[in-house]
Ligand binder design. Structure first.
Ligand code: FES
Ligand code: FES
Length: 428
């Protein structure tokens, strides 16, 4: 297989100052190292020579904003910017990206700081299911950057015809692009979310971010700086109870000591006491091959020593755009046998890639986290000593257990369905 220059979109051209790309000769499945910049972050990954750029972005770098429709260069869903030009990433081998500067929809803006194009698409309702939207955003960005003079409403539909939308009308999309062109006659603003960050790889040993060891302050940039109570419907709500052997007063002593309480939570670590019952911390969670490191804030929002109740609010974000917030109520109730029932009610809000995990799996992980947490609280109440930071139960193991539990549950459901079908057939 021999590959050279990536194909670009219909507008724009490759910068003249970039040296010609060296040809790469490799067997289709041979692993090749490739280094390029994605949304401002230098990355080095090892890819099979036959892997296209869209797959590398999605599966190795976790940038799932680039969508795949036809994988034949027809639909334009997979459009990204390569060296400032729109390109169909399903038609570019990842190895062809060597030395280039790639911008995906994640680099265009964030939820809190949207690019004018994103705002205009939202304002004009230029999307329905949103599957084509990343392609349209980057294609229209390319169009506006390279337009010579004002856009012609007569030719705009044709100019935008490189991306296909299957479910919404094109009117909103065209209106959005026209608005942005009118609002920025001096040129559309550059992508607003291109800065070095840690990318979350998903390909096991195949993926490596050059900024995996990014300075803490760069990673922490994504972390929330103020706590806000989540609104809307939670992604999942969980209620779990666990019987502890320790008496309720000892359990409450742990609940009332935030430092010891945090140490009982698998993968969690308090990093700063901000005063006023507010804390900064971090937590690591693993779901199958996806490992996430959240930075965030937590606040004790209610404390009732007589009733042994604690309420807290926590919010976190990782550098890959995943966000989580949780409102948690903890209550310890004395049991007749001298032990304690610890109950947790949690409303969990997820956004970003982690929101794609099924509710059942997220529920399983929460359940197992709580079980481990409750056992650590029991142990701490009994011995008076909390686990060392980082020595708690492995969040990775919890994620794996939850995945296995979900698989077993599905297998049981499938067996039951099969038995039912066989029984019905026998009856017939
Ligand atoms: S997925 Fe690339 S053009 Fe359709
Ligand atoms: S909004 Fe659904 S495909 Fe375009």
């Amino acid at each position: 297989m021999t590959t050279t220059t990536p194909p670009t979109g219909t507008t724009g051209s490759r910068p003249a100052d970039r040296p010609p790309q060296r040809p790469v000769r490799a067997a289709a499945d041979e692993l090749v190292d490739v280094s390029f910049t994605v949304n401002g972050t230098p990355v080095s990954i090892r890819v099979p020579a036959r892997m296209h750029l869209a797959d590398a972005l999605r599966t190795l770098l976790g940038l799932t904003g680039t969508h795949l429709g036809c994988e034949h260069g027809v639909c334009g869903m997979c459009t990204v910017l390569i060296d400032g030009d729109a390109a169909r990433s399903c038609l570019v081998f990842a190895v062809q990206a060597e030395g280039t500067d790639v911008v995906t929809v994640e680099g265009l803006g964030t939820r809190e700081r949207q690019h004018p194009l994103q705002q205009a698409f939202s304002h004009h309702h230029g999307l329905q299911c949103g599957f084509c939207t990343p392609g349209f955003l980057l294609s229209s960005y390319d169009l506006l950057v390279h337009a010579e003079g004002p856009l012609d409403p007569q030719t705009l539909p044709e100019e935008m015809s490189g991306v296909i939308c299957r479910c919404t009308g094109y009117r909103g999309i065209l209106a959005a692009v026209s608005d942005v062109a009118e609002a920025h006659p001096e040129g559309v603003p550059e992508p607003m979310n291109c800065a070095p960050r840690t990318l979350v790889g998903r390909g096991g040993g195949m993926s490596r971010s050059a900024l995996a060891e990014a300075p803490a302050e760069e990673v922490a940039e994504e972390a929330p700086t103020a706590l806000t109570r989540p609104t809307g419907t939670p992604t999942i709500t969980v209620t779990v109870t666990r019987q502890l052997t320790s008496p309720v007063e000892d359990v409450w002593a742990v609940m009332d000591d935030v430092d010891r309480l945090a140490r009982c939570l698998p993968g969690a670590e308090l990093t700063a006491d901000l005063g006023g019952d507010r804390y900064r911390g971090r937590a690591k969670v693993a779901l199958g091959p996806v490992r996430l490191a959240f930075e965030g804030l937590a606040q004790i929002t209610g404390r009732d020593a007589d009733d042994h109740r604690l309420a807290l609010l926590a919010q976190g974000a990782d550098a890959g755009g995943n966000r989580t917030a949780a409102e948690v109520g903890l209550r310890a109730v004395a049991l007749l046998d001298g032990g304690t029932e610890l109950r947790a009610d949690a409303a969990v809000f997820l956004s970003g890639r982690i929101a794609q995990f099924g509710r059942a799996l997220a529920g399983d992980v929460s359940q197992r986290l709580f079980e481990q947490f409750a056992d650590a609280v029991d142990e701490t109440a009994r011995t008076g000593t909390a686990p060392e930071v980082g020595s708690g139960p492995s969040a990775l193991a919890i994620g794996v257990q939850a995945v296995l539990a979900a698989v077993r549950r599905r297998a049981r459901a499938a067996r039951r369905a099969l038995k039912g079908r066989l029984a019905r057939r026998r009856k017939d």
